[in-house]
Design a binder for this molecule. Structure first.
Ligand SMILES: NC(=O)c1ccc[n+]([C@@H]2O[C@H](COP(=O)([O-])OP(=O)(O)OC[C@H]3O[C@@H](n4cnc5c(N)ncnc54)[C@H](O)[C@@H]3O)[C@@H](O)[C@H]2O)c1
Length: 371
C-alpha cells in the first residue's frame, strides 16, 4: 500500500496502560505526522477511553478483523500494545495484509514465534520492535562512549538490576495476564528484564553467548513465570556480568540500573526510584590513581555531554521511536533500528534464561539461535 501523505493514518491494537500513558502522548506530540483513525480492544471501555484522546473521528472496534474490514484500506501502520501472547497473532494479521506494525516489547514469546514473524515480512510490511530505550539520546551517547573505547577502554564486567513490586503494578488483581507464564511468556525477565538486557547489547555492541540462571517462582505468579531471577552471562566480546531481577521488592514502583566497568572507565546508572533510566554518571580519567580519597572525586554526570551532542533530540524515547517507524513507512522499508533481526539475540537470551532456570544448567544462546 502507498502511505498517505502526511499525516500517516495509524491504529492502536490494545488500548491499556502503555497505549494510554505513553504511545498516545507520543502520537499527540506529533499532530502533523500522525492521525489515529481507529483503536481496537476486546474491552470496549479501554478502547473508548483511548479514542477520546484523539477526537471524535477515531473509530472504535473490538476485534482486529472488524477494524480491518472498517478502516483497513486507509491504514499506514499499527501500534500493537497487547499482552505478550497476542503479539504474534496480531503481528501476523497485519503483515499478511501488508501493514507495518510497531509491536511492544518483548516482540514475541520465543524465537520460534520471532521466526514466524520474520517469514511474513516483505517490502512495505515489516515489524519495528518497541524496545524504546534504544531511542534515548543518553543511550546513543553511552553507546558511542563505550564502543569508541577511547576513554572507556575494553568493557570487562557489568551488573544489571530491574526491580518492581508486582502487587502495586497489578493493583492486587491476581488474574492479571502478567502473572501468567503462558500469557506473558515468562516472569520478570521477559516482562521488564528485557529492557536492561537489550540496552546493554545496544551500548556495548555485544551479544549474549551463554547464561546460567536461578529463579524463584513465588505466588502470585503462575504457569512457570519467575518472580525473581539471578543470572550470570558471557558476551560475544568477552564481557561477563550479572542480572538481578525481582518483582518482589516491597514498595518499589520501578527501578532499573546498569553498571558497566571498562579497563579505563566506570559507568553507573543511578536510577531514580520510579523511573526507567538515568541519571548516569561516569568516570574515565586517570583510572588507577593510587590515592584512596581522590577516588571519590571526578564523577561526571553525562546529561550535559548528551545535550551538547544531541541538542535537537528533545522528544521522549516513545515519540522518537514513533518518528523512526514513520520514516520506515514512508520509505517502504524495514527500519534501521529495532528490526526483528536486531532483536533476535534479545529474545534468544530470554529463552536461554528460562531454560537455565528450568534445568539448572548453563545454556548456550548461540546454540538456541542456530536451531
Ligand atoms: N515500553 C515500555 O516501557 C512498556 C511499559 C509497559 C508495558 N509495555 C508493554 O506494552 C504491552 C501492553 O502492556 P500494558 O501494560 O499496556 O498492558 P494492559 O493490560 O494495561 O493493556 C493491554 C490491553 O490489551 C487488550 N487486549 C488483550 N488482548 C487483545 C487482543 N487480542 N487484541 C487487542 N487488544 C487486546 C486488553 O484488553 C488491554 O486493554 C506489553 O507488551 C507490555 O510489555 C511496555
Amino acid at each position: 500500500m502507498t502511505p498517505s501523505t502526511s499525516p500517516l493514518h495509524i491504529a492502536f491494537v490494545g488500548c491499556g496502560g502503555i497505549a494510554y500513558n505513553q504511545h498516545a502522548k507520543a502520537v499527540l506530540s506529533c499532530p502533523d505526522q500522525f492521525r489515529v483513525v481507529a483503536v481496537c480492544d476486546p474491552s470496549r471501555a479501554h478502547a473508548e477511553k483511548l479514542a477520546e484522546r484523539f477526537g471524535s473521528d477515531t473509530a472504535v472496534f473490538e476485534t482486529m478483523e472488524s477494524m480491518h474490514d472498517g478502516v483497513g484500506t486507509e491504514l499506514d501502520g499499527v501500534i500493537l500494545t497487547t499482552p505478550h501472547d497476542a503479539h504474534l497473532p496480531g503481528g501476523l494479521f497485519f503483515l499478511e495484509r501488508g501493514i507495518p506494525v510497531l509491536i511492544e516489547k518483548p516482540v514475541t514469546l520465543n524465537l520460534e514465534e520471532l521466526r514466524q514473524l520474520q517469514a511474513k515480512e516483505r517490502p512495505g510490511a515489516f515489524v519495528q520492535v518497541g524496545q524504546m530505550q534504544r531511542f534515548d539520546p543518553e543511550a546513543w551517547w553511552l553507546r558511542d562512549f563505550v564502543q569508541s573505547r577511547e576513554r572507556f577502554g575494553t568493557p570487562l564486567t557489568f551488573d544489571l538490576n530491574i526491580w518492581q513490586n508486582i502487587h502495586g503494578y497489578t493493583r492486587g488483581n491476581s488474574d492479571h495476564w502478567i502473572l501468567n507464564g503462558r500469557k506473558a511468556g515468562g516472569g520478570i525477565c521477559t516482562s521488564v528484564g528485557v529492557h536492561p538486557l537489550d540496552i546493554l547489547r545496544f551500548i556495548t555492541g555485544q551479544d549474549y553467548i551463554n547464561v546460567t540462571a536461578k529463579g524463584r517462582f513465588d505466588p502470585p505468579f503462575t504457569a512457570g513465570a519467575e518472580s525473581s531471577c539471578s543470572a550470570l552471562f558471557e558476551m560475544s566480546g568477552g564481557l561477563t556480568g550479572t542480572l538481578h531481577a525481582s518483582y518482589q521488592p516491597p514498595r518499589i514502583p520501578y527501578a532499573q540500573r546498569l553498571v558497566l566497568f571498562g579497563e579505563r572507565g566506570s559507568l553507573f546508572q543511578n536510577n531514580k526510584i520510579g523511573d526507567y533510566a538515568g541519571p548516569y554518571t561516569m568516570v574515565s580519567e586517570d583510572p588507577h590513581i593510587d590515592d584512596f580519597m581522590a577516588m571519590f572525586g571526578d564523577y561526571t554526570p553525562i546529561a550535559e555531554e548528551v545535550n551538547k551532542t544531541y541538542p535537537d533530540q528533545k522528544g521522549s524515547p516513545f515519540s522518537l521511536q514513533l518518528l523512526h517507524f514513520r520514516e520506515a513507512i514512508l520509505k517502504g522499508r524495514t527500519p534501521t533500528e529495532n528490526t526483528l533481526e536486531i532483536n533476535f539475540n534479545t529474545i534468544a537470551v530470554l529463552e536461554a534464561i528460562a531454560k537455565s532456570m528450568q534445568t539448572g544448567m548453563t545454556v548456550s544462546v548461540e546454540q538456541l539461535e542456530g536451531t
